[in-house]
Design a protein around this ligand. Structure first.
Ligand code: ADP
Ligand code: MG
Length: 323
């Protein structure tokens, strides 16, 4: 039995880094999940890594879950990792709040070597695998540290190697070092925004993080996804100043709001309707699924993406305001 990892709740970011160092190698040499035959291109396997960022409440998790299923519908084995302390990223895939990595570690008294893949990886709708990092207690600890520990634990479980796509769903109001961690692994970042100042301001900050990370990592910004907006004038204004693709713009759709309440993705709602005896999928729901399938197809085509050059804050204020 290895030494239990010290409790994280007392950590500050700096203390966390020191303790991670002290406990590194705790499970070295242990590999309890069969590596599924692929040669290892990186610690996280050879699959495509995606990171979805955006302002809180903008629709990251909704979009992530539906993109995950869309990718699965295209034959890909997908792992979605919720990296938001809100820990509801995968709710519409599984229909419940799955135990987080942090919950599980607490339950195992921080003996990492006692954590098994089935403790933390849950299968959601469409065969999408789901993980929730969790978060520190409000006002204590470091959420970014939790993200780092999640990646570390999954690496040690060799869990990454079986996936074609690994999608990180990360909050992006503040992209501090910890919450930028998934960008270290990602091939592509996507940013969810509406047509308003706050979400575009957050998007600009996230773009700056992508630019920073791209200096040392092969990371590109695949583009923006407009969400919950029928207008896109400010989005268009922004991308004129900071050129980047707009992959899709989804309006406010009542069925998407309902899907969250029901704990189902749009794909499940569309397919359940079929099972309830209708001839074929409900066309009104299929058109919503098509938005996500379109995004999935663009990603699978390995777009060139961009390394954005963010707009300075003051310029952004005047760009997106009337004065
Ligand atoms: P985030 O992960 O960014 O915090 P969520 O994905 O949880 O945001 O979405 C917040 C709320 O917005 C949810 O209730 C969700 O159903 C709703 N929502 C997301 N996208 C849309 C949309 N295009 N139309 C209507 N409601 C949406
Ligand atoms: Mg979310």
């Amino acid at each position: 039995r290895g030494r239990p990892v010290e409790r994280w709740s007392a950590f500050t970011c700096l203390a966390a880094a020191a303790t991670v160092k002290a406990t590194r190698g705790l499970r070295a040499g242990r590999s309890r999940v069969a590596c599924h035959g692929k040669p290892s291109g990186s610690d996280l396997g050879n699959g495509m890594k995606l990171a979805i960022y955006g302002k809180g409440g903008i629709g990251k998790s909704t979009t992530a879950c539906n993109i995950s299923i869309a990718l699965a519908r295209r034959g890909k084995k997908v792992l979605q990792i919720g990296c938001d302390p809100k820990h509801d990223s995968t709710f519409t895939l599984t229909g419940f709040l799955i135990p987080t990595i942090i919950d599980t570690l607490q339950e195992k008294d921080y003996h990492y070597e006692d954590v098994w893949p089935e403790d933390v990886i849950y299968e959601g709708y469409g065969g999408v695998h789901c993980v929730e990092a969790g978060g520190p207690p409000a006002g204590a600890g470091c959420g970014g540290y939790v993200v780092g520990e999640t990646v570390k634990l999954l690496k040690e479980l060799n869990a990454f190697h079986e996936y074609d796509v690994i999608l990180f769903d990360v909050l992006g109001d503040v992209v501090c070092g910890g919450f930028a961690a998934p960008l270290n692994y990602a091939d592509y970042c996507m940013i969810i925004t509406d047509n308003g100042f706050d979400a575009l301001f957050a998007a600009n900050r996230i773009g700056a993080s992508v630019r920073q990370k791209s200096r040392t990592h092969p990371l590109r910004l695949a583009g923006l996804i407009g969400n919950r907006t029928s207008k896109r004038d400010l989005i268009d204004k922004y991308v004129q100043s900071c050129p980047m693709p707009v992959l899709e713009v989804l309006p406010l759709i009542e069925d998407i709001r309902v899907s969250r309440v029901k704990g189902k993705t749009l794909f499940e709602m569309a397919e359940k309707d079929t099972k309830q005896g209708r001839a074929g999928k409900d066309p009104s729901l299929q058109y919503v699924c098509d938005y996500y399938l379109n995004i999935a197809d663009q990603l699978l085509a390995m777009p060139e993406g961009v390394v954005p050059t963010e707009v300075p804050d003051r310029e952004l204020f005047s760009l997106l305001s009337d004065f």
